[in-house]
Design a protein. Structure first.
Ligand code: BGC
Length: 737
């Protein structure tokens, strides 16, 4: 079927309405020439349920599939190529399991560390989230399987998620919360987008015509299908009119009948229903071209890929005295997670893994002939004894599955007190102690880092994480992961602390664009570990920074040298800033990044492009991205607070040149070189302002800055008439155009 052919020719209104809602929990209907579709979660594995027990909360079982690192781990790789390879593997598994649309990626911004679903999202930064999300979509769709970009939009908490309104101003939405989606839609063209449960500024996402049509389709050019999150539709008729195409799961025909009645009553256009049905049919046509059941997937190869991803995701947070990597020697391994790994989160994304690497076993394998004593850590005396008689101790800490999940948020970000007590006791007996962390949402690390000389953050690593952790501990792999989220010293320091979760059905996004490191840097708040942080077993030097404007934005070039003794991968981060910007801006923001692998003693020159949009701000007045003219600072470093080289570059902007009107303030006019000359001359001659060198001193001028020029007629008691002002403005506008 081609795009121009009518995919729903011959289907009547009832059939068209029926196409717009599910046949079952996971499938759409086969009607006429339109085949049924199977949709399944996502994102870090294929959760294909085959029995009659179906759910979207991770309760009932599913077919075995590779459990790749969830987004919290994957994002720490900062590696879009790797994420795209994982996407391809997920696409292959989807095909083998008969899945047409895989429900992911989840690209919501981690606004607050307490959000229960942060493990399923990439980052607090829109560029990092969007770039990785786009890679995921490209990979999956390259296999003929549709992606479903979710949860669109501003779904940043689990509390009251099916009703609460995210109250966000336009600029914040555009620069932070919509930006991730925009990047993915523009770069990777997902075949479907999933609208979220929540309201945005009072309107349900599923009924939000501005969101689903004006922004998504008209501005970003999305031409795929909009599916609801499971159960997100409060009123299907309003939703279809706003741009929803498919309601999931089935409503047993209830909402189809409502749609048909609305068309018959004239309150919903028949063309709108036909358009939605057409999009379902086109998607079905596209994805069922592949042979869903004809392939099997390579379980071993995918496990290896999951391990590679986990290796790259692990962040070496601290390594005092170069305690790591460990040489094979007698070891004490402490903590239940070493034997029963915590490797994914709870809820709809819960995957039934094809196999599971156990950290303890993998550590034993790499320890060779040396004894590895294991203690669950419930008996502190036993753990201390084991640590004392070993050469080093590895203590596994983290959150339990019950503490964080889809469906609810956390109330704090602390590790359990008994775990910290255990760690401190072990370190006292064995100073060579490494703390290894497993968690989906960020946890406080200051106490851990105070106690243990070495800290390894595993976040959630998927089914092969156990092997990857052992590889990093023993130096088989040189760690190169970087934090995709700031670790604050205290929850009270975090940006949305006072506005989380919702209250009376509203979540006020009062911190505006100052999310994550944007907040901590603007407020100069010390953090435990900054965004982008991560150590290596080698050292990298940065030099030779050159920044040049290009048509697309900036070209950033520099040389990265490996001055240590091991090969390593460095995540090179470019941060931009604009001192003196006309609007409130972060001190610096991530504008580009790249990874580079360098051998010891070698160096590599890399180029990182920065797009104009990644320098711009969203102007609410102009209703578009505006690039300010100015001297931008460009810093490149190994984290947001470890900037190694800095340059400044002049950028020619594209500020709107709106004509001045009577409503323009004196300040605005005086800021314009052409207008300033004329205006100062007029003010000089007009009583009661007097001459510029006397009454028009700088204080008076400053006091007058916010006065609209039109008011001068009255203030000057008729010395300057409205007509004269209009003439003056017309003259200025003519000179400026
Ligand atoms: C989740 C979605 C998921 C859907 C289907 C919902 O509860 O929010 O992310 O894709 O269920 O399981």
């Amino acid at each position: 079927m081609t795009d121009s052919a009518d995919p729903i020719a011959g289907l009547d209104l009832t059939e068209q309405a029926a196409l717009g809602s599910g046949a079952s929990f996971w499938t759409t209907k086969a009607i006429g020439p339109v085949p049924a579709l199977m949709l399944t979660d996502g994102p870090h594995g294929v959760r294909r349920q085959s029995g009659s027990a179906t759910d979207h909360l991770g309760i009932s079982g599913s077919e075995p599939a590779t459990c790749f690192p969830p987004a919290v781990g994957l994002s720490q790789t900062w590696d879009p190529d790797l994420v795209e390879r994982i996407g391809r593997a997920l696409g292959d598994e989807s095909r083998a399991l008969g899945v047409h649309v895989l429900l992911g990626p989840g690209v919501n911004i981690k606004r607050d560390p307490r959000c229960g679903r942060n493990f399923e999202y990439f980052s607090e930064d829109p560029l990092l989230s969007g770039t990785l999300g786009a890679a995921w979509v490209r990979g999956v769709q390259s296999r003929g399987v549709g992606a479903s970009l979710k949860h669109f939009a501003a779904n940043n908490a689990e509390h009251d998620r099916m009703r609460a309104s995210s109250d966000v101003d336009d600029r914040t939405l555009r620069e932070i919360y919509l930006r991730t989606f925009e990047i993915v839609v523009r770069q990777a063209r997902p075949w479907t987008v999933m609208c979220s449960y929540n309201r945005i500024n009072g309107v349900y996402a599923s009924e939000n015509a501005w969101l689903l049509t004006t922004v998504l389709r008209d501005e970003w050019g999305f031409d795929g299908l909009v599916v609801s999150d499971w159960g997100a539709v409060a009123d299907r008729v309003t939703a279809v009119a706003a741009g929803l195409d498919l309601e999931m799961p089935t409503t047993g025909g209830l909402s189809n009948a409502e749609v048909v009645s609305a068309v018959r009553a004239g309150s919903l256009g028949a063309d709108v229903v036909a358009r939605a049905a057409g999009r379902v049919a086109r998607l079905a046509d596209k994805v069922t071209e592949m042979t869903c059941t004809a392939t099997v997937f390579d379980v071993d190869a995918h496990h290896e890929l999951a391990r590679e991803a986990a290796q790259r995701a692990i962040v070496l947070v601290q390594n005092d005295g170069d305690l790591l990597p460990l040489a094979p020697a007698p070891l004490a391994v402490i903590g239940g997670v070493a034997q029963e790994p915590r490797y994914q989160g709870g809820g709809s994304s819960h995957v039934n893994p094809t196999r599971l690497d156990v950290p303890l076993e993998e550590i034993r394998r790499l320890a060779g002939d040396h004894p590895v004593t294991y203690c669950p850590g419930t008996d502190i005396a036993a753990a201390v004894g084991a640590a004392e008689s070993a050469d080093a101790a590895v203590v596994f800490l983290g959150l339990t599955a019950e503490e964080e999940s889809e469906g609810y948020d956390r109330g704090h970000i602390d590790l359990p007190a008994d775990q910290l007590e255990l760690l401190r006791a072990v370190v006292q007996a064995q100073p060579r102690t490494v703390a290894v962390l497993s968690h989906g949402g960020v946890v406080r690390l200051d106490a851990v880092a105070d106690a243990a000389p070495a800290v390894v953050d595993g976040a959630l690593l998927g089914q092969a994480g156990g092997g990857a952790l052992a590889d990093v501990l023993f130096g088989v792999v040189n760690p190169s992961g970087r934090l995709a989220e700031t670790v604050p010293l205290r929850l009270q320091d975090s940006p949305a602390y006072l506005n989380f979760p919702s209250e009376s059905g509203h979540t006020v996004y009062g911190e505006r664009i100052f999310v994550g490191y944007r907040w901590y840097d603007a407020r100069d708040i010390p953090v435990a570990f900054p965004f982008g942080h991560g150590l290596s077993y080698t050292r990298f030097d940065y030099s030779g920074l050159e920044v040049d404007p290009t048509e697309e934005g900036l070209s950033v070039r520099l040389t990265v040298a490996n001055t240590g003794t091991r090969p390593g991968r460095e995540v090179v981060q470019v941060y931009a800033g604009l001192p003196g910007s006309a609007v409130a801006r972060p001190v610096r923001w991530l504008a580009g990044f790249a990874t580079v692998t360098v051998d010891p003693g070698e160096q590599r020159t890399i180029e990182i492009p920065v797009s104009r949009t990644d320098l711009a701000f969203w102007s609410t007045d102009a209703g578009r991205w505006v690039l300010e003219t100015g001297r931008y600072s460009v810093s490149v470093g190994a984290s947001s607070r470890d900037l190694r080289v800095t340059a400044t570059v002049a950028v020619a902007g594209d500020e709107p040149r709106s004509p001045f009107t009577r409503d323009s303030t004196l300040g605005e006019l005086l800021a314009d070189p052409v207008a300033a000359k004329t205006i100062l001359a007029v003010l000089d001659s007009a009583s009661p302002f007097g001459a510029a060198d006397s009454a028009l001193g700088s204080n008076l001028l400053r006091m007058l800055e916010s006065v609209p020029i039109g008011r001068m007629a009255a203030f000057s008691a008729g010395q300057v008439t409205r007509e004269q002002l209009d003439e003056l403005l017309a003259g200025i506008n003519a000179q400026r155009s």
